[in-house]
Design a protein around this ligand. Structure first.
Ligand code: ATP
Ligand code: MG
Length: 271
């Protein structure tokens, strides 16, 4: 990895840019050199040369944002700790957050990084769930494929249900919601665990008429509430009560129309 002078050279580990990337972070796989060699040179298994993909030991996340003071970056870490407190290590990709005083070409800036648990699985894409049985649809796309049973579906459903409950509790107690809407933020593992991997984008919820867009221009608060409702309705097959204050407020037809217009502007800005 070039250009990151705060990473100590190591012969044991290598860093490789992850094939998926978001708008806010650089994501690197932390790989064992031995695994990378097996991947590129191959290894003989039962007389056959195989090229197993190197599985990351951890993920290194470097936020693109440069912080203007230690105080602001510590606040960001506090929000991560809040998320961990509410969801617990089972439902998020746990991260050891650290701050770097990054010096480059005579200037210095504050950067937030995290060494994060690697989560292997299938992205839960709330906008593309199969209608009939969304969980079966997800497991069918996994390499383990067709061989899953009722128990696994049940376990995954239970985990989604706990996830929804704890997110709702976090909203009620803190006024924050994590970004659930970014592509790839939620992953389902092959043993039915649900993990939020994008842990640095925690948004303040405000019950007022203004629809807030984030620094990239996306209405992430409203869309995250919508994702929560999709998890409940489509995956857990729950009927949303008519007087649910959260959904009543954020998912009213008039508001959703405005959110849609903002979303359209966001996608146009990406072109
Ligand atoms: N710990 C992890 N394990 C597995 N995949 C990960 C992990 N962290 C991130 N990813 C994948 O990398 C991609 C980008 O990650 P992430 O959404 O966290 O980045 P971001 O730049 O902060 O996103 P955004 O654009 O939503 O702000 C996603 O597709 C996600 O699934
Ligand atoms: Mg993301």
């Amino acid at each position: 990895m070039e250009g990151l002078n705060f990473i100590k050279n190591s012969t044991r580990f290598q860093f490789r840019k992850h094939y998926r990337e978001g708008l806010r972070s650089h994501i690197f796989e932390v790989l064992e050199t031995g695994d990378v060699l097996k991947e590129t040179r191959g290894e003989i298994i039962n007389d056959i040369r195989c090229y197993p993909r190197a599985r990351p030991m951890r993920m290194l996340r470097i936020l693109r944002t440069r912080f203007d003071s230690l105080n602001t970056v510590l606040k960001e870490i506090e929000k991560y700790n809040l998320l961990l407190k509410f969801l617990g290590p089972g439902l998020i990709a746990r991260s050891d957050e650290f701050v770097v005083d990054y010096k480059e070409a005579g200037t210095s800036s504050i950067v937030l990084c995290g060494l994060q648990e690697y989560v292997e699985g299938e992205i839960i894409d709330p906008w593309n769930l199969s209608d009939k049985n969304p969980l079966s649809g997800l497991f069918m796309q996994m390499p383990s494929g067709a061989s899953f049973g009722h128990d696994l579906i049940k376990r995954a459903g239970k985990n989604i249900s706990v996830f929804v409950k704890l997110i709702r509790q976090m909203i009620a107690d803190t006024g924050y919601i994590p970004d659930l809407a970014g592509f790839g933020n939620l992953i389902m593992t092959s043993n039915g665990e649900v993990k939020l991997v994008d842990i640095n984008n925690i948004i303040t919820i405000r019950f007022d008429a203004t629809i807030r867009i984030d620094d990239k221009g996306y209405p992430s608060c409203d869309k995250s509430v919508e994702v929560l409702s999709i998890l409940e309705q489509k995956i857990l097959q729950r009927k949303i009560s008519d007087n649910d204050p959260l959904y009543d407020f954020f998912l009213s037809p008039e508001r959703k129309k405005k959110v849609k217009a903002l979303e359209k502007a966001f996608y146009l800005s990406l072109r």
